[in-house]
Design a protein around this ligand. Structure first.
Ligand code: MG
Length: 409
């Protein structure tokens, strides 16, 4: 018989004690990224001046903060910040981040928790930015993105990443000057569905590729993401014009779309996007109206809205493919959404993941939040005029309190 050892550990988090500052030497050593198959450097490397600046006289600077993860009595990880001239330094007001976990504690979400706690500390102390440098091959890049860091610069080996606190002042000012509205007084949220409320885009992209192929048209998954937001008929027509040199007939549109729907349904049920339920609940609690604005005519998804988001979406606050003439990227669906919410453009916020959806929201004169939940680069959404870009719905959900505070200022 096999022996099964079940390890249950409870990690707790607290500030580093002054008596523990010496530990930072160990953690800075652990933080040195050693690619697989490469011999780790000797411990003495931590005495080099460019590394010692991470821990020398720690606690003496204004932005010297450290939070540790503790297993039992043992400190197993640390995140700390300081304004220092390290690789991640961007200016003398921005703390740099260092984070380190013992190997056996990596990949368990402890690093993410440490980062989130530290970002809270920085926010509470009024810091609006933080930066770090990370080797491109380091698995931590993904985690940094998840908590809101974005790549602002790079060299051959490293990325410089910056986290910007949720200060929407500049974004709101830019929105007001471009839209000509005098103020933003948010009373309603207009939500796109695919890639925002449901994690359905991978299924859509795949089914579009297969369905088109069966009818002699071709589309890549990337193109499917770029075209997201259009009604099915419009997507088919665009391709027919490009590849056949003519409009698709109504029958062709019906046949291809029918096939696409079949393939989509055969992919199984798309899950609600992580964080979507909490986000909608909090928006409702804040007394705001919620309207769905989707280019989808996918009944299988529309019917599931009520199951996952009970009581939020009734037919009178939904705009779907069945209601519109043009569809996104035309502002029409979002203008209809405003009507259904009974508010004006400067009283609403759009939440979109697709470039064409962002274009539609912006064209309707609405403050548009893009959530980049797919494979396209942020620049594509920025180019369409997104007022702000968040990395995920979960990020928006986790930061709802602050977003709402910023929007009301
Ligand atoms: Mg979408």
């Amino acid at each position: 018989m096999e022996n099964i050892i079940i390890m249950t550990t409870t990690i707790t988090y607290r500030e580093l004690l002054p008596s523990e500052v010496g530990l930072l030497k160990t953690f800075v050593y652990e933080a040195i990224f050693v690619p697989e198959g490469v011999e780790p450097p000797p411990f003495e490397i931590v005495c080099k001046p460019e590394i010692a600046l991470y821990y020398n006289n720690f606690g003496s600077g204004n932005a010297d903060f450290c939070i540790v993860a503790v297993d039992g009595y043992k400190v197993v990880g640390a995140v700390w910040t300081r304004i220092m001239n390290d690789y991640g330094h961007i200016d003398d007001n921005t703390p740099s981040f260092a984070i380190s976990l013992f190997k056996e504690y990596r990949g368990k979400g402890i690093g993410t928790t440490l980062m989130i706690k530290m970002l809270d500390v920085l926010k509470n102390h009024g810091y609006k930015r933080a930066s770090l440098a990370v080797q491109k091959a380091n698995y931590a890049v993904k985690m940094y993105k998840k908590v809101g860091f974005e790549i602002v610069d790079e060299n051959d080996e490293e990325y410089i990443m910056v986290w910007r606190g949720l200060m929407l002042e500049k974004e709101i000012a830019a929105y007001l000057s471009r839209s000509g509205n005098k103020s933003l007084d948010v009373k309603a949220f207009l939500f796109d569905m695919d890639g925002v409320l449901f994690d359905s885009m991978p299924f859509h992209a795949r089914s579009w590729c297969s369905a088109m192929k069966e009818f002699g048209l071709s589309i890549t998954e990337q193109q499917a993401y770029m075209n997201e937001g259009r009604t099915g008929a419009s997507t088919i027509n665009e391709l027919a014009l490009q590849q056949w040199g003519r409009q698709a007939t109504q029958k062709e549109i019906d046949d291809i779309y029918k096939r696409k729907v079949e393939l989509f349904v055969s992919c199984g049920d798309a899950e609600p996007m992580k964080g979507a339920v909490e986000l909608l609940e909090n928006i409702r609690k804040a007394g705001l109206k919620i309207v769905l604005v989707t280019g989808s005519g996918q009944k299988s998804l529309l019917n599931r809205l009520n199951r996952f988001f009970p009581g939020i979406f009734a037919p009178e606050n939904m705009v779907t493919a069945y209601d519109v003439k043009y569809g996104k990227p035309n502002p029409e669906p979002y203008l209809m959404g405003l009507q259904k919410a009974g508010v004006s453009a400067s009283e609403a916020v759009v939440v979109e993941n697709a470039p064409l959806g962002v274009r539609a929201g912006v064209a309707a004169g609405i403050f548009t939040i893009a959530v980049n939940t797919g494979p396209l680069p942020d620049e594509v959404l920025a180019k369409e005029g997104a007022n702000v870009i968040f990395p995920s719905i979960q990020y928006l959900a986790e930061n709802w309190g602050e977003v709402w505070k910023e929007l009301r200022r």
